[in-house]
Design a binder for this molecule. Structure first.
Ligand SMILES: [Zn+2]
Length: 283
């Protein structure tokens, strides 16, 4: 599943559409098999002629803003992706599960490929309404903020509701910090030398500071490398892949030697999500 750095990398490439007018938002024949896309093309006709003013990101949601409201809320889901094309003939060549085609007045055009069908592409009345949408309303700190608001992180981490949580579980909770999924959770905890099962209330002050700094270092490094393309599913609208998988120290490296101490990387399951860690380096 794309995490914060991947979604932000996609957003930045989609901004090639900024200032450009839309010709029509089309739904493919394939999309019509799924209720969430059925008979929606008519609802999207008001976007024809509208210029893309901006594309915002809230955690893993993208919000497309136009000259006039409404806006479009877009989520990549498990494996959704955007691809830029110059002619509509290319749709079948570059996309296996095209659902939505944002046809621009001038190329490039954008195809939304919602491969496993967990994605979203729907109309919201305004950005204000998007901000009231529960999964967005609850978002805590954006982990990709640069500089990272360390004081705010420490204050949030000290909240009573988080004290009895295991840190590996809590890092996945967007109410604390958004943008961290399974990959960057494991890499952050390795960098912070914290065992994923450590309970928040047992962390020392130094450990909490190192944790906050590690979150920021890992997420920004991943963003700089345009995300992780370990499963070949994630790719950017340009067709390029991310490079962050090259420096993963623990994620999906079970039984391989730790780069720091040589011990074998282990895996546990927390809240139904696997976590990779070094049993020696992480306390
Ligand atoms: Zn180690």
């Amino acid at each position: 599943m794309p995490e914060g750095p991947e979604v932000e990398s996609v957003r930045r490439e989609l901004l090639i559409l900024q200032g450009q007018p839309i010709s029509q938002i089309k739904f493919t024949p394939l999309s019509q098999k799924y209720p969430k896309y059925q008979d929606k093309e008519h609802d999207f006709l008001p976007f024809s002629g509208q210029k893309v003013v901006d594309i915002h990101r809230y955690n893993k949601f993208l919000v497309w803003e136009f000259e006039k409201e409404p806006v479009i809320l877009n989520h990549l889901g498990m494996s959704g992706c955007w691809t830029m094309i110059n002619t509509l003939k290319e749709v079948e060549e570059v996309s296996t599960h095209p659902k939505v085609i944002v046809k621009m007045k001038h190329p490039p055009h954008a195809i939304f490929d919602d491969c496993r069908n967990f994605g979203q592409f729907r109309i919201f009345p305004s950005i204000e309404e998007v901000k009231k949408y529960p999964p967005i309303k609850k978002i805590g700190i954006d982990g990709l903020l640069d500089p990272f608001p360390l004081e705010e992180f420490l204050n949030r981490l000290a909240e009573k509701r988080f004290q009895q949580k295991q840190i590996g579980d809590l890092l996945m909770d967007a109410r604390l910090v958004s943008g961290i999924g399974n990959i960057y959770k494991a890499e952050t905890l390795f960098k912070a030398k914290l065992h994923p099962e450590r309970v928040v209330s047992t962390l020392t002050e130094d450990e909490t500071v190192l944790l906050g700094k590690s979150i920021s270092t890992i997420l920004l490094r991943a963003l700089n490398d345009k995300g992780s393309s370990f499963d070949a599913r994630y790719r950017l609208p340009s067709g390029e892949g991310g490079k962050a998988q090259r420096w993963h120290k623990v994620y999906q490296r079970i039984k391989e030697p730790c780069t720091e101490c040589g011990s074998k990387i282990e895996k546990i399951v927390q809240n139904n999500r696997s976590t990779y860690y070094c049993p020696v380096c992480q306390k």
